[in-house]
Design a protein around this ligand. Sequence first.
Ligand code: ADP
Length: 399
Amino acid sequence: MWTLVLNCGSSSVKFALLDVQGGQVRLSGLAERLGSAGASVRLEVDGARRTADLGGGSYAEAFAVLAGTLEEMGVRASVSAVGHRVVHGGERFSAPALITPEVLEEVRACVPLAPLHNPANIAGIEAARLAFPGAAHVAVFDTAFHQSMPEAAFRYAVPEDWYRQHGVRRYGFHGTSHAFVAGRAAQLLGRPAAELNLVTAHLGNGCSVCAVQGGRSVDTSMGLTPLEGLVMGTRSGDVDPGLHDFIARQAGLSLSEVTAALNRGSGLLGLSGLSNDMRELEEAAGRGHVGARLALEVFVHRLAKQMAGMAAAMGRVDGLVFTGGIGENSAFVRRAVLARLGVLGAQVDDAANAAAVRGQGGVISPPGALAALVVNTNEELMIAQQTQALLAEQAGVSA
Ligand code: ADP
């Protein structure tokens, strides 16, 4: 069953056409620089690459190229479902939702919580419904998986009004990825997900960890926004909340300039003064670059602390799972983190760890130690599966 998956950002659309059962991908691609004269789209159709200019570069133009390509492939009529990645579903959505005018209004109500992401997601949904009017459109939320967190994990110790009136609480993100890799890890360990307590670490440009107990999120490192928690490519992760006021006064910055610096000029980039890219930093550290070494040390230090904290959120831990570009490829980061997590009984099998790169996942711990695994995330497949599962459930209900 072919499902189209769309991930609409403010100036880009990532898309894939995949088969939910086999995971086969027939079409994938990225439309970039939307809204500018240089807008273009890259596609891979049955393994063959091509590019096209997008004129004015609106979502509508990107979807027209996509629809034309699906037509040419002879599959347009059989695309009956479109799964949309939506960043913030607030407290309203703890599962995927069939997109109706009411659901779209509720996604709109979450805009203050994700002012950069939700408006782009909504604009993408509106354009896609016009381009694919015959299909069922489903929203799959980054935050939904974490709605199972207990209040002790999701509340901040701030005035209650802030929560009740403004929704100030921890929501968490990367939910689709954490859910997917936790499920895969259970399969790899040959145990039912319901019996397992896992700590999952999604380490890409954005990074977060999650405590997954019996297949449900019970704590995670990101909070109200995706800025909380780990050191990331350009994001600071946790800082003292007193920092904003201090640096605003000392450096003469406005609140929005401080926020922008914490989002875009901090993290690995800020620490190293060199790059936000882990691969580049590992190479530079190898050549003795002082800033790159420091960035790696802080990244690992904070990651290990957060993973140990997630173990404490569950009381017992059965496995540590690494995913995302860094988690799937950096043997260095995994080794350094697992060495610190010896406190939980973690050890690393060096040969298995070195072999787990570029799509090769699997167990990287020796027998008898706490299980550590590398699992390749596949958010597109998870969105497609959740889209089809919701539609099957609704068809069952109405039958
Ligand atoms: P995004 O969050 O944008 O999807 P990715 O999941 O692709 O990002 O992760 C990007 C990160 O993965 C970058 O920091 C990149 O350097 C890192 N990465 C990719 N390959 C390697 C590698 N072989 N070794 C170390 N880091 C890697």
